[in-house]
Design a protein around this ligand. Structure first.
Ligand SMILES: [Zn+2]
Ligand SMILES: [Zn+2]
Length: 209
């Protein structure tokens, strides 16, 4: 069979091509280049697919929060996190952390002798952990209610709905939210969610919020 295969004109052409260093070198260089750019191109296309979904979920979430639609806000928030997960994994892969996953994979398969479905359990554990991390990160920097409240007080906006209000309005005329809280030290009214009382400077107990 080997003799028959070698004797075929197609095989002879291929062998001649492989032996021609100039021609084969060009193909090999092209292949290496494609191999190098492939993860970046893949990431770009996946981002192109995911970014509109992320923006949509984010805008729905912001809208629902502004309007006080709690359930929609919660659902859009979860969707936002879910849309982020593949992108984060891809970025890890892009940053060659993929090698780390590969390493983990090899360790598990060496220990458990090819029970590869166990890898999926590991992923099932890993993905909620990453999702939880993303949620915590967002709560710290993007949806931080204390930070948000500080910004809104500075702009004399309602602490809850962010619409402009007069400096001494106790209740927001747009959403009806009460803006003040009694200081536990001097018993004057001071801003909610801010770390110190505006009347006596005493630290407010933030654990209530
Ligand atoms: Zn308001
Ligand atoms: Zn006070």
């Amino acid at each position: 069979m080997k003799q028959v295969l070698i004797a075929k004109p197609e095989s002879a052409n291929l062998i001649a091509f492989l032996q021609d260093i100039n021609k084969f070198g060009t193909v090999e260089k092209g292949y290496q280049q494609a191999l190098f750019w492939y993860p970046s191109i893949q990431l770009a296309f996946q981002s192109l697919f995911l970014l509109p979904l992320i923006l949509l979920a984010l805008s729905v979430h912001n809208f629902a929060q502004r309007k006080g639609y709690g359930l929609i806000s919660l659902m859009s928030w979860h969707l936002l996190v879910i849309f982020f997960i593949p992108l984060i994994l891809k970025i890890f892969e892009f940053l060659q952390v993929g090698a780390l996953f590969q390493f983990l994979f090899e360790i598990v398969s060496a220990i458990l002798g090819g029970l590869l479905f166990l890898i999926n359990y590991l992923y099932i554990l890993l993905i909620p952990l990453i999702g939880f991390g993303i949620i915590k990160l967002f709560q710290k920097f993007v949806f931080n209610s204390k930070l948000q409240a500080a910004n809104r007080v500075q702009k004399s906006s309602c602490i809850k709905c962010a619409k402009k209000i007069k400096p001494h309005d106790s209740y927001c005329p747009h959403c009806g939210y009460y803006q003040y809280v009694e200081c536990q030290h001097c018993h004057n009214l001071t801003y909610k969610h801010l770390p110190y009382c505006k009347q006596c400077g005493h630290s407010q107990d933030m654990s209530n919020w």
